[in-house]
Structures are given as structure tokens and as C-alpha cells.
Design a protein around this ligand. Structure first.
Ligand SMILES: Nc1ncnc2c1ncn2[C@@H]1O[C@H](COP(=O)(O)OP(=O)(O)OP(=O)(O)O)[C@@H](O)[C@H]1O
Ligand SMILES: [Zn+2]
Ligand SMILES: [Zn+2]
Length: 802
């Protein structure tokens, strides 16, 4: 008897282990490790992953597998093992970790149903509900007058049963193909037998005599100006036949991408390339930090290293941040490696993502370029892993499992004995510190490939502008330069950093700010609806006409949105053609691409946008970059705010002067003396690193220590506080004496969705079993969780202390 050990999809800490199931005879040859199966679990049918197959089981009453969902494993041995590691490290459920590695369509979806269990007459309302059927969708019950209590009773008496049907969401796309059924001699004869007036049928036979390969039916119809029914006629005569073929969707329209060849490398590039290649050749796991100024040709180094890997018959994973996964970036990889590239990012539909994933699984490609989750690409012979813009916080997943792609990359790099390359113009302090210590190999690219100097940065003190009587959001310096570019026919990029900003409503008389009654954060004004909305829950209200606190009618909107900047800009320079790129204008699929394409084609003079324009853009005609408010990020309650400001200013400055003409940058700020602003304007990463490390040391922040954030939330406030206190006490007993536990304190957002939130922060230098301790402590609260809906969120090395 064969037994499968299955990790089941139930969201419970106490069930976070593999369960035994018998593999029934009819499935005996089908079930393999890494496949998804459907198994009975209590009264339910649920999805699970087979993680092991053995010959015996110690459990009693072992049930049988009901169904097998895959024909080939969806998770490799390596990924199964990685899932365990990931779950341990992030304190999450194994099943959650395994699901994180798969495309959306392969994640289970259940249909909840109510099944009739007895032939006997049921109470009236039930009979009315079933209306002669044996199974009804759960929603029908929910909309009926039968109460939940009655349902419980009926289940208890064995009258009905609740079942969960796993719905497989796999959608494959098929096309109809046509091919000749007989050889050409036969076809030629048949041609003679066809009636004279069967012109269309003749055309088709002629076509296949010239091109005997299968062709897509639609294409054939278009080419020969014929129809499906003509094809059907010929098929009935036995001359040709149609068949269905599975196709991969091609959302990139990449048939027309021109191929590029490797560029001769600069000396600096050569050095970096040589070190990385040595590691590839020797099959050695090294981590490289490729620190190169913007425009120094990091991407070219990646491309040539990947070329080496492909030549060795191995595979490459390239991670780029979601927002820089622009068509420009994708194009650079496709134009070098053609169809050998799969692309994975969130703008693709679920079906498209699944297709790209299968190209990897079926070994149809050797390169994947994608956002964070592409790190789980099911390659089995990886030769290099590259993380571009390694400092980007989007590499950390903010949801279970809360992993960092960099850690996963290094883990996989060790397994495959291949190099991991971290690239950035502004490395994270964590990575740079490791490079300086010699844990990573540091490769530096200090010059731009065009040998142009870095763009000159002017810092403008906006306080002085105000004193000089300029009340607009554009300094005189910036206006002059914008107008100058307009005259010369050159382009400008304007960054409005909205992170930390919102359009909120404040009373000028008493300073009252309208806040969400459920979440305790300022409501955001939405111009279109004229309403105030909460960004954490669904609460919204009309803008009050008088202040709720002092009855004054002097209510004002604060903060600046891109829309208002655009309005102001077009008033000041009416002749400028402005393109706006922010969450509002890019919501539609493909909108992002369209705006960039328009800008690239010179259809606008100014591109105005949020963070999403700061990265990866490479436009020949851009010679001016303006930053409207450098400060907005500087004053966030976050120990990384200086680092983030430095990174953003450096990145956006790097968009100017990337080609022949030199670039200029204007940075507007209310705190021109701040070291992050100053040093970014001098492109002095090393000095910034020194200064910032001093701060981190004196306040004991990463990378000098590690952090773990525990957030405990509950509708019952007392229960939340008590639990947080108890959690801290439990933990304190387990950790070593050097480890510090801060809190519990109310979270920076003390209430979300009517749940009170408290947090503890663990600061530690060496605590190898911390994840285990945290899980152990959290497990003590299972009962309170069930009774009061208490929630405990554990975030190892968090990016947001919210
Ligand atoms: N060896 C080379 N010779 C000539 N041109 C090069 C070379 N390497 C790269 N380039 C070109 O220089 C420009 C900048 O290179 P690339 O985009 O690779 O830099 P990067 O460091 O990745 O930039 P960023 O970090 O700013 O996105 C590109 O237009 C690229 O085609
Ligand atoms: Zn007021
Ligand atoms: Zn709210």
C-alpha cells in the first residue's frame, strides 16, 4: 500500500503538518511528490500538496485520496524543501509557503455546497430550498430564511452536509489548426477531381501543396480569404484535417522586437563581468554586489552574464521591481534572448501568468524576468540569479509568507551552486555593509557608459521662494529650466513624491483634521466624488461644510496631488504638453505602457508622475529632472526615511542626460541642509553610507541589529492589550539577555477596521531560534483567537513599522 504525506490547505497552526492518505489503486501510477491532490478532511474535501510517498503509515483510519489535480509535479523537490525553510523562517504555515510559489490559477479555490444526506422528508424550509435537487450552492442557503443555527442542527442530525469542492481554475488557450491529411501526390490528384467552380477549395489545396506545415485556421482564412465552412468541406472529403493546439498567450507582441548583440564592455564592466563569469564557470555560489551609478551599464553586464549561463545549458532568474518592469526593460531582455524569455508581472492576466509559468516548467525558456515571486521559478538547473535595484522594498512581501526575495535568492543560489548578483546605484545599507565586510563581493561601476558626468543638481530652498513672494509650487529656477527645454524641444520629467502625503482636510481656525472613526488616520479627499475616504477601510463621508470641532467654515484642503500640479503647470506654461502618470492614470491595463510610449515618441514635453517614473526609464531626449518636494519622505516615522530619500533622489536624477546631451536636476525642498538631500545631489553614496551608519549605530537600528515586529489586534481592546503584554512576557523568557523587546505600544495606526492594534518590536543581534520562539508563543493564543478573533501578525525584518 502506498501512502502519500499531504500538506493540506487549512488555515490552522495546530494542523500545520503533513497528513497521511492512501493512494488508491487507480491513482497508483499517477501520484508523485509535488503534485496537488484533493483529500477528505473531516466533512470537507480540500486541496493539498503531496510532499512525500512512503510504504506505511502510523496513523489510524487513513483515508483515501479523492482526486489528483496534476499530471506532472507543480513543485520540484527543491521547492518543496524551500517551502519548509520559508515557512520556518517567516513563521507561516507550510501550505501558505508552498502556495506562494505557484501562479494564481493553481491555488485552490473552493465552491462551498450543501449536500442532502437523507432520502427522508426534511423540514419544510429545507425541502423548499432543495426543490428536488441533491446539492445546492452555499449562496442559495445564505440567501434563504434558514438560520445558521438550523443548519448546524441539520448537519448534526445527519440531514445535510457542507462540502467544499475544489474548483480547478486552470485555463488553457487553444486554437484550431489545419493540416493536409494526405501526401502531395494524392492532393494533386484530388485537385483534378474537384469541380471547376470550387475555387476556394482549390486555393486551399494549392496552399498546402506549397506549404505542407500545419497552419492556424484563422490565419489561413485571412490569407486565402476563405471561411471555416470551406475548410470543413475539404475535411469531410478527407483531404485536410483540423485539430486543436494549445497555445501560450503572447501579451508582449514581441514578434517585431529587433535582436541586439552584446556591446563591447567598458573596462569597469569587464572587471565585474570577469568576476561573475569565474563564478559561473566554476559552479560556485558567490554573492556579488554590483554597485554602479545610474547609466553605468549594469543591465549590459547582466545580459552578458546570462548569455554565458545559457551557453552552459543552464537557466537564469532576473528579478526587477514591479514598477520598473516596463516594456522598455522587458524589451531589452527579449531583444537579446528572443523567445527564450518568460516574463512574469502583476499586469498580466491570471491566464497569461500561467502560460509564462508553464514555459518555465516545461523548459521552453531558459530566462525568466519578473517581479518578486519570479524567484520561485521552477527551474531545475539555475546558473545565475540577478536582483536588479536590490534596495527596493518591494522585494519584501507584505503578506504571508513575509519573505524577502533576496534571502530566497541566496538560498536557491546555494542549492544550485551558482552566483547571485545584487545590482543597484544605491545599495541597501544591509547589503553594502556585507560587501564591505567581505561577505559579498563588491564590484563598482563608477562611470556612465557615455562618459558624461552625472547630471548637475541644484538644490532650491523653497522657504526662500515663499519669502520672495513665489507662492506656486514651482521655484523660479525650475520654471526657467522648464521653459528653456521647451524652447530647445527637449523633454523634462517632474517627480511629485506623494508617499507620506495625502490630500487631507484641515480646519484653518482650530487645526481639526477629519479622521476615520474606525482607523484613526486622516481621511483622504477625493475630488471626483467630493468625498472623504479612508484608505484602510471602506469608510467615506461628504466633506463637512463647517468644522465639526469649532463650527468655523474655514475648511481647507492640504497636500498636493499630481492632478493639481498638472492644473497649476498648464496654467503657468500653457504651451507645454503634459503627460501625467500616477495610480489614477495607470489603473487600466496597458495604460502605463501607453503613456511611456507616447512620451518616448516625443508626444509630450513634460512627464509628471509619482515614484513610478523614478526608475528604469531611459529616454534620449530627457535633459531635465525636477523634484517638486524632496521632503515628503523625509518626515515619515520610519528609521529608513533618510535612506529612502537618498535612493529616490539618486534614482530620479539618473533619468536625465543618459545619452548625448548632458542633464540637469532641480530638487526643491524645505530642508536643504539635510544630509540625505545634500549627499544625493553630490552622488556621494560612500559618504551617505558612513553618515547613515553612524545614525543607525547610535539608535541601534538595522543593520546593527535585526528586528521582528509582532502586531496583535482585536476588536476587544482589553483583550488586545492583555494578549500583547502576555506575548511579550512569554517571549522574554525564551530569548537571551541581550535581546530587547520594545512595547507593547499602540501601533502607529492604532485602529484599523474597528480592531485595536498593539505592537512589540524585538531587537536582537543573535537569536537563531527566534522564529521558533515566536511560533511557540503565538500558539498559546489559539483559544483567544477562536473566541475573540484575536490576530497575531509576525513580521521578521519588517520594512514598515505600522
Ligand atoms: N559597454 C557599453 N558600451 C556602450 N553603451 C553601453 C554599454 N553598456 C551599456 N550601454 C548603454 O548605456 C545605457 C545605460 O546602460 P544601462 O541601462 O545598462 O545602465 P544601468 O546601470 O542598468 O542604468 P540604471 O541603473 O540607471 O537603470 C544604455 O543605453 C545601454 O545600452
Ligand atoms: Zn475647527
Ligand atoms: Zn477606516
Amino acid at each position: 500500500m502506498k501512502i502519500a504525506k499531504v500538506i493540506v490547505d487549512v488555515p490552522s497552526n495546530s494542523l500545520n503538518k503533513a497528513f497521511d492518505y492512501v493512494i488508491p489503486g487507480r491513482f497508483s501510477r499517477m501520484v508523485e511528490k509535488g503534485m496537488r491532490v484533493v483529500v477528505p478532511f473531516g466533512p470537507r474535501k480540500i486541496m493539498g500538496f503531496v510532499v512525500e510517498i512512503t510504504d506505511e503509515s502510523e496513523a489510524e483510519n487513513v483515508k483515501e485520496i479523492i482526486d489528483v489535480l496534476d499530471v506532472a509535479p507543480v513543485l520540484t523537490e527543491e521547492l518543496l524543501e524551500l517551502g519548509n525553510w520559508l515557512a520556518d523562517r517567516t513563521v507561516s504555515l507550510t501550505v501558505t509557503a508552498l502556495q506562494a510559489m505557484l501562479p494564481q490559477v493553481l491555488k485552490s479555490k473552493y465552491k462551498k455546497e450543501i449536500v442532502r444526506r437523507t432520502e427522508e422528508m426534511l423540514p419544510e424550509p429545507w425541502e423548499f430550498l432543495f426543490q428536488g435537487r441533491d446539492v445546492i450552492p452555499f449562496e442559495e442557503f445564505a440567501n434563504s430564511p434558514i438560520s445558521y443555527h438550523q443548519l448546524q442542527k441539520a448537519v448534526h442530525q445527519g440531514d445535510v452536509e457542507i462540502s467544499y469542492v475544489v474548483k480547478s481554475r486552470i485555463t488553457k488557450k487553444f486554437v484550431t489548426m489545419v493540416r493536409p491529411k494526405r501526401d502531395s501526390i494524392y492532393l494533386e490528384e484530388a485537385l483534378l477531381d474537384l469541380p471547376k467552380n470550387a475555387k476556394k477549395q482549390r486555393k486551399i489545396i494549392d496552399y498546402f501543396l506549397a506549404h505542407p506545415n500545419p497552419v492556424e485556421q484563422n490565419l489561413l482564412c485571412r490569407k486565402l480569404d476563405t471561411t471555416a465552412s470551406t475548410i470543413k468541406n475539404l475535411a469531410e472529403k478527407g483531404l485536410i484535417e483540423t485539430f486543436r493546439k494549445e497555445v501560450f498567450r503572447n501579451p508582449f507582441h514581441d514578434e517585431d522586437i529587433e535582436r541586439t548583440s552584446p556591446l563591447p564592455l567598458t573596462d569597469e564592466q569587464k572587471n565585474a563581468f570577469a568576476s561573475i563569469t569565474a563564478s559561473i564557470e566554476n559552479g560556485k555560489h558567490d554573492v556579488f554586489l554590483l554597485h554602479g551609478v545610474t547609466g553605468s551599464g549594469k543591465t549590459e553586464v547582466y545580459l552578458q552574464a546570462i548569455q554565458k549561463v545559457i551557453e552552459k545549458g543552464k537557466e537564469a532568474i532576473v528579478l526587477v521591481p514591479e514598477i520598473s518592469l516596463t516594456p522598455q526593460m522587458v524589451r531589452r531582455f527579449k531583444s537579446r534572448f528572443g523567445k527564450n524569455v518568460a516574463v512574469m508581472h502583476s499586469a498580466l492576466s491570471a491566464g497569461e501568468k500561467y502560460d509564462e509559468w508553464r514555459k518555465i516548467q516545461q523548459k521552453k525558456v531558459q530566462v525568466v524576468v519578473g517581479a518578486r515571486s519570479a524567484i520561485f521559478a521552477p527551474f531545475e538547473n539555475i546558473g545565475i540569479i540577478i536582483i536588479d535595484e536590490e534596495h527596493e522594498t518591494s522585494y519584501k512581501q507584505e503578506d504571508q509568507p513575509r519573505y524577502h526575495a533576496r534571502d530566497v535568492a541566496i538560498r536557491r543560489g546555494k542549492y544550485h551552486q551558482c552566483p547571485v548578483v545584487l545590482g543597484s546605484a544605491t545599495p541597501s545599507l544591509e547589503s553594502y555593509a556585507r560587501a564591505i565586510k567581505g561577505i559579498y563581493h563588491l564590484c563598482e561601476l563608477t562611470k556612465r557608459t557615455n562618459n558624461q558626468p552625472m547630471p548637475q543638481v541644484d538644490i532650491v530652498d523653497m522657504r526662500k521662494e515663499l519669502h520672495a513672494g513665489n507662492r506656486t509650487m514651482f521655484s523660479r529656477n525650475l520654471m526657467e529650466k522648464l521653459e528653456d527645454r521647451l524652447l530647445k524641444g527637449e523633454q523634462s520629467v517632474l517627480l511629485l513624491n506623494r508617499r507620506g502625503y495625502s490630500t487631507f482636510v484641515m480646519c484653518r481656525e482650530c487645526g481639526h483634521v477629519n479622521k476615520c472613526p474606525h482607523c484613526d488616520i486622516a481621511l483622504t479627499y477625493h475630488k471626483k466624488s467630493g468625498r472623504l475616504k479612508c484608505h484602510y477601510c471602506t469608510f467615506e463621508e461628504f466633506v463637512p461644510s463647517v468644522c465639526p470641532s469649532c463650527q468655523s467654515s474655514l475648511i481647507r484642503f492640504f497636500g498636493t496631488g499630481t492632478e493639481r500640479v498638472e492644473e497649476a503647470l498648464t496654467k503657468l506654461i500653457p504651451e507645454a504638453r503634459v503627460l501625467r502618470m500616477d495610480v489614477d492614470t495607470t489603473r487600466k491595463k496597458g495604460a502605463h505602457e501607453k503613456i511611456l510610449k507616447q512620451f518616448g515618441e516625443g508626444k509630450a514635453d513634460i512627464l509628471l508622475g509619482t515614484q513610478m517614473i523614478a526608475k528604469g526609464l531611459d529616454f534620449e531626449n530627457v535633459t531635465l529632472v525636477g523634484v517638486l518636494t524632496a521632503d515628503s519622505m523625509l518626515h515619515l516615522p520610519d528609521f529608513r526615511s533618510s535612506e529612502k530619500t537618498f535612493q529616490l533622489l539618486t534614482q530620479v536624477s539618473g533619468r536625465a542626460g543618459r545619452h548625448e546631451r548632458p542633464g540637469e536636476v532641480v530638487v526643491q525642498t524645505y530642508t536643504p541642509e539635510h544630509y540625505a538631500v545634500q549627499l544625493a545631489s553630490e552622488y556621494d553614496f560612500a559618504a551617505f553610507f558612513q553618515q547613515e551608519m553612524k545614525m543607525r549605530k547610535s539608535f541601534q537600528y538595522p543593520p546593527y541589529v535585526y528586528l521582528a515586529l509582532i502586531t496583535i489586534s482585536c476588536e476587544n481592546r482589553a483583550m488586545a492589550i492583555q494578549s500583547a503584554q502576555r506575548f511579550a512576557q512569554l517571549l522574554l523568557k525564551m530569548v537571551n539577555e541581550k535581546t530587547v523587546i520594545l512595547g507593547p505600544t499602540p501601533s502607529p495606526i492604532p485602529k484599523i477596521n474597528d480592531k485595536y492594534r498593539y505592537q512589540c518590536i524585538v531587537k536582537y543581534k543573535y537569536e537563531p531560534k527566534l522564529a521558533h520562539f515566536l511560533r511557540k508563543a503565538a500558539n498559546q493564543f489559539e483559544e483567544i483567537r477562536r473566541k475573540y478573533g484575536l490576530q497575531i501578525i509576525i513580521d521578521m525584518e519588517p520594512y514598515h513599522l505600522m
